[in-house]
Design a protein around this ligand. Structure first.
Ligand SMILES: [Fe+2]
Length: 101
């Protein structure tokens, strides 16, 4: 039986993945929420691309349901972001008005 030892640096690297990260400042938290929104939007795009690219009705239906769940998550995350940034809704409203005229 061959016994192998992990070098210390690998062990430290593994610990980094399970160690509780430092607490975020509120500004950092807003960036984390924006990253999460981007990730949700990416997932929606990915699922809907597959929906449009297959004739398998079960897969189409299931993936569209998942994509719609991700759209709900976007709403949840945006609501959290709005709660941290008092002017966020104002900017969103300004953009809405610019499009609607
Ligand atoms: Fe999600």
């Amino acid at each position: 039986m061959k016994i192998t030892f992990k070098p210390k640096s690998v062990i430290a690297q593994n610990l980094e993945t399970v160690k509780t990260p430092e607490k975020l400042t509120e500004r950092e938290l807003t960036r984390a929420l924006r990253d999460a929104i981007i990730a949700e939007e990416g997932a929606i795009k990915q699922y809907e691309t597959v929906v449009d690219a297959t004739d398998n009705s079960k897969i189409k239906e299931t993936l569209q349901e998942i994509a719609d769940e991700e759209r709900v998550h976007v709403g949840e995350l945006q609501t959290l972001l709005n709660s941290l940034l008092k002017d966020e809704e104002d900017f969103l409203e300004e953009g809405k008005k610019e499009v609607e005229g």
